[in-house]
Ligand binder design. Structure first.
Ligand code: GAL
Length: 458
């Protein structure tokens, strides 16, 4: 019954989101674009500054005391680790702009599960926050750019010489039509298997690298009365999250990438094998998975009743916020079959048009993109800085390993976290996932995933 309700609520959400997103894609529905005041454009010397790589000034811009009014920042960061990380940015902002009142507009629900719908309503209704969290990649480019509801931020990059410190691959996924559209604050990794070290060590178990090893270890864990893997898909996005990592583990980086350009079909034999593997993983997961959230799934690993959970590295931030120490209490490994691949996503912040306090918003984006901001935020969040000049010594052993892997692994874009697909496509994938988790019908899911791909791959 609960599952039926869940499906119908989701269907309503999907219709709403698809309608809302198609509306924002329609130019006529867009509120009038506020022209960008010329005076705030980047100083004319920026092109020269780019080549001389002038160091970024960490001192507050001269006008800070003069800046007042409100700054509303919209995000879905409400869990342990996330909250503290966001607050660290607010602290820096308050020092730079003491007379601006910050409004922390959060909507709970992981991966923006609820926030994205609220955001669309607000943006549609002409009530934009000064800045909103948006994933770099297709969530930004395929969803918001072109609506007239956000403006490019090249002038901020130029003024701060950020083109010298942001890597080209990150600039690439936030750019469209030769313009940059948001300021990334981090890089998260989706394909991480977090494990309870004590559980593995005291039972002399090896951390699995492949799915064969995973299912073999799962049998041993089950015999010991320990749940092999936890999931908390009360919000369906976590199942999609797990699924993207299984897809990567079974298809490999090239095969996985092919799902988004049409060269690999979602109903091909390899993709069907991945869907079957996903269903098999569900079979060894906690029975109450549909009643839990992602952090509650992590709690089962922390209390030792479960051995592993596959989640993005915000789970690292969460476990640390619970007093767990990386490398001591918990370990990490690429999710099965994904060694050498880094499923990436990046949280960034936008500059909406028609906002009440544009200068305060620009100040916010300057904090988000600063070395100071990123070195305060990322060690707490469980993410790594996109900037290449950050202070690696501030990052814990897991994050240092992630910095290394990001530089050397094959990068693949996350489905669930906005890098690979636009929001309407992601919503359809979640919808298929809701059915798959409930009816385990692999063939039906494969067909539906493929029709979604047919709809969105142009
Ligand atoms: C992701 C987001 C992360 C984290 C996570 C859980 O989509 O990129 O920063 O917040 O959701 O809510």
């Amino acid at each position: 019954m609960r599952q039926v309700l869940k499906v119908s609520v989701l269907c309503v959400m999907v219709v709403f989101l698809i309608t809302a997103f198609s509306l924002i894609g329609c130019k006529t529905a867009v509120p009038e674009t506020t022209a960008v005041p010329e005076t705030t454009a980047a100083p004319e010397t920026t092109a020269a500054a780019e080549t001389t790589a002038a160091p970024e000034t960490t001192a507050a811009p001269e006008t800070t005391a003069a800046l007042s009014g409100k700054l509303e920042v919209f995000s879905w960061w409400t869990h342990g680790g996330e909250v503290d990380a966001l607050n660290s940015l607010f602290e820096i902002y308050k020092k730079r702009f003491p007379n601006v009142e910050i409004i922390n507009a959060t909507v709970a629900g992981g991966a923006g599960f609820n926030a994205k719908a609220v955001l669309v309503t607000r943006m549609q209704g002409g009530d934009p926050p000064e800045s909103f969290q948006v994933h770099a990649g297709q969530e930004l480019i395929g969803t918001w750019v072109g609506t007239g509801l956000i403006e490019p931020v090249d002038f901020i990059f130029e003024k701060n010489n950020w083109l010298d410190v942001y890597p080209a691959d990150i600039i690439d996924i936030i750019s469209q039509d030769g313009k940059i559209w948001s300021v990334p604050v981090n890089i998260h990794r989706s394909n991480v298997m977090w494990y309870n070290k004590e559980v593995f060590e005291s039972n002399s178990l090896q951390v699995p690298k492949t799915f064969d090893e995973f299912f073999a270890v799962a049998e041993k864990l089950k015999a010991l009365g320990i749940t092999p893997i936890t999931l908390g898909d009360k919000e369906i996005w976590t199942a999609t999250h797990l699924f993207e990592d299984v897809l990567l583990g079974v298809l490999g980086a090239e095969g996985y990438r092919g799902l988004f350009d049409g060269s690999v079909k979602w109903n091909s034999p390899e993709a069907i094998k991945a869907i079957e593997t996903f269903v098999k993983v569900l079979g060894v997961a906690n029975k109450d998975h549909s009643a839990l959230l992602w952090d509650e799934a992590a709690d089962l690993v922390i209390d030792g009743s479960a051995a592993t959970t596959i989640m993005g590295d915000w789970a690292e931030g969460y476990m640390k916020s619970k007093g767990w120490v990386p490398g001591v209490d918990f370990g990490w490994a690429p999710s099965p079959g994904t060694e050498g691949s880094f499923m990436m996503l990046s949280d960034s912040f936008s500059l909406p048009t028609g906002i009440k306090n544009r200068d305060a918003a620009i100040g916010w984006l300057e904090v988000v993109g600063s070395k100071e901001g990123q070195d305060a935020f990322n060690p707490i969040k469980g993410s790594i800085p996109p900037r290449t000049d950050c202070d690696v010594s501030l990052y814990d052993p897991y994050l240092q390993s992630s910095i290394k892997d990001y530089a050397t692994n094959k990068l693949t874009p996350s489905i669930k976290h906005g890098a690979a697909v636009s929001e309407p496509w992601a919503v359809e994938i979640d919808n298929v996932m809701t059915m798959l988790v409930s009816d385990k019908n692999v063939e039906a899911a494969a067909a539906k995933f493929q029709s979604a791909a047919d709809e969105f791959i142009k």
